[in-house]
Design a protein around this ligand. Structure first.
Ligand SMILES: [Zn+2]
Length: 353
């Protein structure tokens, strides 16, 4: 039902939208969960095996046993998402091979020496046909910890956390999530500095949400899954009842002059728990269109605000989007329904300093 409703959004807007939600799926840019590739229910529990290519990194405290525990912790973050139905099993033993084989029918996680690692230190190879995911192999560069101090116990402990975070990120790819942009980029520029006008953030929020685990800028450094990650994966594998209590809001942001407010960031604020927390967000596309799926039914506060940089949009930096004013507005999310807002006119908001 919710999937059909989301399709309705795209048709009703009548354009070729390419909004970027804070969760994205395969193929990248598909935009909504409706056409996203995913594992069939019968594929669960997904089984993974540790791949042993005899290329294990040499680092204090890191051995095969510890590595297995790190992998298990990275995987379990996704299994623990309460709104999603995900089960993953890490098989005992290892698969000994010279390299990962994306067509062998076995999902693996392991270190593999490759010529083409470049700046990446880990990667998820995903195989999918006809919208159905069939295999995933997660590869780590054996040199991932090269240059890390080996004599400082705090750094050694941090290295294990770091590897766990990377496992979490790559397993997110295996489940069908692709990269999303970092959260509102201008917010990285001292958003909580004293120079900001009072009340610029929605009351009573005083801080900003962190980047999603699946965001490009945050790759390899987010210790947990954010609400964006959890809702994204729940749209793919909804736990019983999840979709029935959720709805979508799509719309188009325009300037007071009627021009599309391109590339603004639209973030939901959720008061359902009795306190305000940021919910999922999305970047509007070049036509100012956005789509937010998986919002809890009830009143939702949307905050549209400018971004400073958005390097994944060609020509973005030539647009003066940071001059646009922000806008706060309340909407009502209805269960199983996609609410379409034809125009959200940015009012006399406040410019960042
Ligand atoms: Zn990635």
């Amino acid at each position: 039902m919710a999937h059909l409703a989301a399709l309705g959004v795209l048709v009703l807007l009548g354009l070729a939208p390419n909004p970027l939600p804070a969760y994205d799926f395969y193929p990248p840019g598909v935009g909504s969960s409706a056409g996203a590739a995913r594992w069939e229910a019968s594929a669960f529990p997904l089984r993974f095996r540790i791949l042993d290519t005899r290329a294990f990194p040499e680092y204090p405290g890191l051995n095969a046993e510890i590595w297995r525990e790190i992998v298990l912790r990275g995987i379990s973050a996704w299994v623990k998402v309460e709104t999603a139905d995900i089960s993953i099993v890490l098989d005992g033993g290892t698969l000994v091979a010279s390299k990962a084989d994306i067509d062998d029918g076995i999902n693996t996680i392991g270190f593999e020496a490759r010529e083409d690692w470049g700046d990446d230190r880990a990667s998820a190879l995903v195989s999918a046909t006809g919208g159905r995911m069939t295999e995933c192999d997660v590869l780590f560069d054996p040199a991932i910890l090269d240059g890390w101090p080996e004599d400082d116990p705090r750094v050694v402990a941090w290295a294990a956390h770091f590897l766990e975070e990377v496992v979490m990120h790559e397993v997110g790819h295996c489940l069908g999530l692709s990269h999303v942009p970092a959260n509102p980029v201008w917010l990285g520029q001292g958003a909580n500095a004293p120079g900001w006008p009072p009340g610029f953030l929605p009351e009573p929020l005083s801080g900003l949400s962190s980047d999603p685990q699946m965001s490009t800028a945050a790759s390899y450094g987010v210790p947990r899954l954010t609400l964006d990650d959890r809702i994204g994966v729940s749209l793919l594998y909804p736990a019983p009842g999840f979709l029935e209590g959720r709805g979508s809001i799509g719309g188009r942001l325009v300037t007071p002059e009627g021009e599309p407010a391109a590339f603004l960031y639209v973030q939901s604020v959720d008061y359902a728990s009795g306190r305000a927390v940021f919910g999922p967000g999305a970047f509007a596309d070049a036509q100012g269109q956005f789509l937010l799926e998986g919002l809890p039914a009830g009143p939702v506060h949307l905050w549209a605000r400018p971004t400073l940089l958005y390097m994944e949009r060609p020509g973005y930096q030539k647009t003066r989007v940071w001059d646009l004013l922000d806008e706060h507005r309340w909407f009502s999310v209805r269960s199983g329904v996609a609410v379409i807002v034809p125009e959200i006119i940015l009012g006399a908001g406040r410019s960042p300093p």
